[in-house]
Write a protein that binds this ligand. Structure first.
Ligand SMILES: Nc1ncnc2c1ncn2[C@@H]1O[C@H](COP(=O)(O)OP(=O)(O)OP(=O)(O)O)[C@@H](O)[C@H]1O
Ligand SMILES: [Mg+2]
Length: 240
């Protein structure tokens, strides 16, 4: 069991002995084996590892997009594995935002409408949702760009819209799978800086990545090798 600065009481996220296997015709792959991870509000967690090491599988389990074969995952004290599919979708709308390499924005909607969508789905009136979307866009450095369509924004800006959409509604946990995979190095740095700022304001970010730059901004680094979380080190001294 790995040690962690976050006690059980203050952990926003706890992954305890989690395993996930995929059975194919020819083999059984343990994509995640007996993983432990614990993190609290304001923490920037980087999950680093080679291709195929299990990063996306772990993130999908935390997000409730997939279900573990063993162990348990607690997000804000809710055990994700005990929820049904609808409840897990609800958890993503209200507690856990997810972003991927591809921003997944709706191309026909403006940036503001994209960000407002999770609010509307949870019953926030349209006008109020747009107002809150504007506030969230300002928070990620996109003030005044709300009326643009995704195609009228740069790659880095689109990814910021995705972050705004993932956090709107006061969600405190942000999961990011290769968020800089489609960005050049200066946009990647800007994105990690933004994630650092959001964490300094209380967001817990778990970022799965190949990008070594992430280590400069993270509080905690986990390394995955063949499904196991094998190393953890503090990176705070390197943060700029
Ligand atoms: N649906 C599936 N069926 C069978 N095997 C799978 C499935 N999804 C993932 N795997 C296997 O599980 C392992 C972990 O995959 P995963 O996508 O989590 O890796 P990753 O660390 O995210 O890799 P990358 O850096 O390339 O995105 C790999 O061996 C992969 O082939
Ligand atoms: Mg992956």
């Amino acid at each position: 069991m790995l040690t962690s600065p976050a006690s059980a009481a203050e952990a926003l996220l706890a992954v305890e002995g989690v395993s996930r296997r995929f059975v194919t015709r020819s083999e059984t792959v343990w994509a995640v084996r007996d993983a432990d991870l614990r993190a609290s509000a304001g923490e920037f967690v980087c999950v680093f590892g080679a291709s195929g090491s299990g990063k996306s599988t772990l993130l999908n389990l935390i997000a409730g997009l997939d279900q573990a074969d063993a162990g348990r995952i607690l997000v804000e004290s809710t055990e994700v594995g005990r929820l049904n599919e609808d409840q897990r979708a609800r958890l993503r709308l209200t507690n856990v935002g997810v972003i991927f390499q591809d921003h997944n924005l709706i191309e026909e909607f403006t940036a503001q409408e994209n960000v407002a969508l999770p609010l509307e789905v949870t019953g926030v009136p349209y006008r109020r949702a747009l107002e809150l979307a504007d506030q969230q866009l300002a928070r990620v450095g996109l003030e005044g760009l709300g009326s643009r369509l995704p195609s009228q924004l740069s790659g880095g800006q689109r990814q910021r819209v995705g972050i705004a959409r993932a956090l709107v509604g006061d969600r405190r946990v942000l999961l990011a799978d290769e968020p800089t995979g489609a960005l050049d190095s200066s946009n990647s740095r800007a994105l990690f800086r933004l994630l650092r700022q959001l964490c300094d304001q209380g967001t817990l970010a778990v970022v799965c990545t190949h990008d070594p730059m992430c280590r400069e901004y993270a509080d905690t680094v986990y390394e995955m090798v063949d499904g196991s979380v094998v190393r953890r080190e503090r990176a705070a001294e390197e943060t700029t």
